[in-house]
Each structure stands twice: as C-alpha cells, then as structure tokens.
Ligand binder design. Structure first.
Ligand SMILES: *[C@@H]1O[C@H](CO)[C@@H](O)[C@H](O)[C@H]1NC(C)=O
Ligand SMILES: *[C@@H]1O[C@H](CO)[C@@H](O)[C@H](O)[C@H]1NC(C)=O
Length: 314
C-alpha cells in the first residue's frame, strides 16, 4: 500500500500523538441514525481504491485512518488535519483515503475518526473487499457429436470460482427436465439429447468485481432419420407404352413406398429392388397416375420424401 493522498505515517506521528492525548479526555458522540461511516466497496486487485466517508459530521478538523478496528500506532494508516476557515479541496479534505494498487491483503475493516473542532470525535467503519479478477474457465464436453434420443452428454466447467452459470447460444440456459446440474453447478448432464439442444454452450463464472465466460463448446445433435429424396425417370408417361423407375435416396435401411399418401399395394407390373430403393412400374397404366413417396424409418422416428406426381397419358 502507498498513501500518496494522505501524509506518510512517519511524518505525522507526533501530531497524531498529541491528538490522541486530547481525544482520551474527550467524550464519544453518541451514535445517531445517520451514522458517520466509510462506504464499503469491492475492488479488483491492483486497482487504486478511494475509501470515502459518508454522513461526515460538520466542522471536521481532520481525519485519522486505521486499518482494522484497533485504533493504535500499529494500525495507523494516515491522518490529515487542517484549519477549517480555509477552503480546501482534495480527497483528504473530504474525508477520503486513496489506496494505490490494492492487494488481497488489504481486504478487511477500516476505521476513520473524524476530529471535530470542539475536540469531540466521531468514529466510522467500513469494509474493503479486494478480489482477483476471475480467470477464464475451461468447458469440456464428454462428446460433442451426439445422436438424438440415444446419447447423453456431460459438460464440465473447470474453474476455481464458486459461482458458475451456464449459457446456451449466449443467453442464460433454461434447464429442461432432461438436464441436470451437479450440486456445485460445475457439471451439466443432458440425457438424452434432443435436436433442440444443439448449439453453443458456455459456462460463466463471476465474483463481485468481474465475470468471464469459457470458450463455447458446440454440441452437434444428429437426427437418426435421413431425409429421403425420390427420383423418377419421367413424370409424364404414356399408358401401356412407358415404364416408370423411381429411386429413393437415403441412408436408412428401412424403406416403404406410399401411393397417394397410403401404403403402396404392389401390383404384378410393379417391382421393388432387393433393397427396396427402386420401384419400377412396367408398363404403366392410367390407374398408376398419382403421388408417390418413399418413407424411411428407424425405431425413434420416420420421415417421407417430397411426393412425385406421375401423369399418365392415354
Ligand atoms: C443455437 O445455435 C445453433 C448454432 O448457431 C443453432 O443452430 C440453433 O438453432 C440455436 N438454438 C436455439 C434454440 O436458439
Ligand atoms: C417423358 O415422357 C413423355 C411421354 O412419354 C415424353 O413426351 C417426354 O419427351 C419424356 N421426357 C423426357 C425428359 O424423357
């Protein structure tokens, strides 16, 4: 600590001694509803801090500052006295103490004594809390590419701070019933993951003077269904002359064919390839005109292709 705004300790001790000797003979002013006090503050380590007083009694002739609650030589920080008839400005005259480059050790109670003209004095206390700026937490996920409804994911926030919050797509995460936070809020479990969980996750730590977020972890949720796309040789065909070949493009193994939104009944002119991917109608008849779709499914979901309309000329 340095105290450039107030006089140095060594220089003022004799004056202090005299003042204390006087004080010992005087009375304490009884506490009032608006107490003289130091404004308690939170500060970041390394910052310059101004401890201010509030409800200063009128006719102050000086201030004496102490670290802690003991008012003795060992806890003395600084003092300032002035002749009240002269107009003076600056932190020392308004009852403030500047502490340059605070450290964690400066955390604690401070005491100030206002010396009044009539040799009375008033005492005030306040708290200074010095914090380190929080350092950036690290967020790690058990896996980042997961399958909807099948997989679970654990995300863990590595930090020394006690206050951990979670962000999803840069806004506060709304916990769903599939999500669970560990008791210390450092681990988030999503079980099972759903499509709507896909996005960017961050953990955010904070203390009274600062907050910081982890780098985002992107969760990619794969949906097991693959959108099929149908392909057809020619959608305008001539009855009894042309053939129609439709192919369903998908990665899924289970494929069904729909005709006018209903399960297709295979006729003798129709043939499915062994993997059910290709439907051939040969020759085509006028009753085959309509909408064809392929539908793929797995145990958790199913989806259909965009319909293909077959127009039969006759
Ligand atoms: C979250 O962000 C991802 C990636 O930017 C986006 O695909 C997803 O739709 C977003 N989710 C919500 C619920 O905003
Ligand atoms: C599709 O079939 C119609 C009728 O058979 C024919 O007129 C047309 O040229 C065919 N189009 C293509 C692209 O093969």
């Amino acid at each position: 600590m340095e105290f450039p705004a107030a006089s140095s300790r060594r220089g003022l001790v004799p004056w202090m001694g005299l003042l204390l000797a006087v004080f010992l003979l005087t009375l304490w002013i009884p506490p009032t509803t608006v107490r003289f006090a130091i404004v308690s503050i939170n500060a970041a380590e390394g910052q310059d801090v101004i401890l201010r007083t509030r409800n200063r009694p009128p006719n102050c002739a000086g201030f004496i500052w102490y670290r802690g609650e003991k008012k003795d030589y060992y806890h003395f920080i600084a003092s300032v006295a002035w002749h009240v008839r002269r107009y003076k400005t600056g932190p020392e005259y308004s009852g403030s103490l500047i502490i340059r480059k605070v450290t964690l050790k400066d955390t604690g109670t401070y005491t100030v004594i206002a010396v009044l003209q009539n040799s009375l004095r008033e005492i005030g206390f306040g708290l200074l809390n010095v914090y380190q700026r929080v350092s950036m937490p690290t967020l790690l996920a058990s896996n980042t590419i997961v399958t909807e409804n099948e997989d679970a994911v654990d995300m863990t926030c590595y930090t020394d701070e006690s206050s951990t919050n979670w962000l999803f797509n840069a806004t506060s995460l709304q916990l769903r019933e599939r999500m669970k936070l560990s008791q210390d809020h450092r681990t988030l479990t999503i079980d099972p993951v759903r499509r709507e969980d896909a996005g960017n996750y961050q953990c955010k730590v904070s203390n009274p003077i600062s907050s910081t977020e982890s780098a985002p972890v992107e969760l990619d949720v794969k949906t097991p269904e693959a959108q099929p796309s149908g392909r057809v040789s020619n959608t305008t065909v001539t009855e009894n002359e042309d053939a129609v070949v439709m192919t369903c493009y998908t990665d899924e193994s289970s494929k069904n064919w729909l005709f006018n939104a209903m399960s297709l009944r295979l006729k003798e002119r129709m043939k499915l390839s062994e993997d059910h991917r290709t439907l051939t109608i040969d020759p085509v008849r006028r009753e085959d005109a309509g909408n064809y779709q392929c539908k793929v499914s797995n145990p958790v979901s199913s989806t259909e292709s965009v319909p293909v309309e077959i127009d039969v000329k006759y």
